[in-house]
Design a binder for this molecule. Sequence first.
Ligand code: PMP
Length: 400
Amino acid sequence: MDIFDKYQTLAARRAQLLATGTDPFHLEIEDLAGPCEATIAGRRTILLGTNNYLGLTFDPACIEAGVEALRRYGTGTTGSRIANGTYAGHRALEAELAAFMGRRAAIVFTTGYQANLATIAGLAGNKDAIFVDSDWHASIFDGCLLSGAKVVRFRHNDPEDLDRRLERNPTPGGCKLIVVEGLYSMFGDVARLAEIVAVKKKHGAFLLLDEAHSFGVFGARGRGVAEELGVEGEVDFVVGTFSKSLGGIGGFAVSDHPRFELLRVAARPYMFTASPGPATIASVRAALARIAARPELRARLWENARCLHAGLTRLGFELAAPPGPILSIRLPDERSAVFAWNRLLESGVYVNLALPPGTPGGACLLRCSVSAAHTAEHLETVLDRFASLAAALAQPLAAE
Ligand code: PMP
């Protein structure tokens, strides 16, 4: 027996996918011309699936801050936060994130994935129970596994189901931790936080909110969906990432809990991995300052999102949620989704292809993410390409 035998079904599915065109899951970006344009397969391509919501990856101040830090502090910290991997910049960014979020403390992690692993597995132990939305991101799933806690999934964005499950699962000698996302990454729908918070209070549970896709995008100051819905005071722990609106790599968690910083000596994904490099920290600090100083970036993103949502709807596409930074188009099956994805790429538009089992409810999606840096011309070209796609999808696919 070979050790890869367990992947036979996966391998067959992958081979089938590769036969239809470019590998959608290992696409090579050959060059970049700003946050929204790239060269892919030798072709100039508009990027409409990069989570680069505010377009800050090419912001001159962020680039300069990174370059300066690289020169001054070197290419990497070569150590974990608990050894030699905490520089003044890491501490400064934590103070700035805490201030931005209006919280007592912030902890910086090496990725957003690790922020969820560390926070969830650090908070919950084997006497506790985690009540988690069934559309969970992989990092939340893995954090739950790592915690050793009892894991209870509730129906997606359904506070009544959460209430029932909290009722039915007492935790003698332990705590209850609810884990939800602000903006769900596949369909782009927003958490029903006001009702979830009411249920949380009723059961004396703790609430952890992953604002990976909503930080910098929702709320008057860009703090996320909790700010937008006016419930920040009831969210005990917020997790976020640097890899989307902040245009870097890394993650964070914030809280007002007086013992929050114990995670620094309890959470293994914080303690046993190298810290983010100095250039990353410096560019993220500059990006955070940009988000605070330039609310017009957020306004532009929303304008673009509304424009694209309206245009795609007019063309007859079925959008999974109201206008927002994530616009997911539902297609009837995998074959048409793969066909559509390849067709768009060949016409110079990159979106994410999202297929089961990576999607909720077996959905086949073209997942678009909008950026403040998309110009009117970008959006016009994108809608033109989608119009051609709509015409192609109206034909039978048999010849493909
Ligand atoms: N949480 C959610 C909801 C995400 O979508 C992601 C990444 N797509 C993460 C956490 C992990 O963030 P990172 O990519 O920074 O590791």
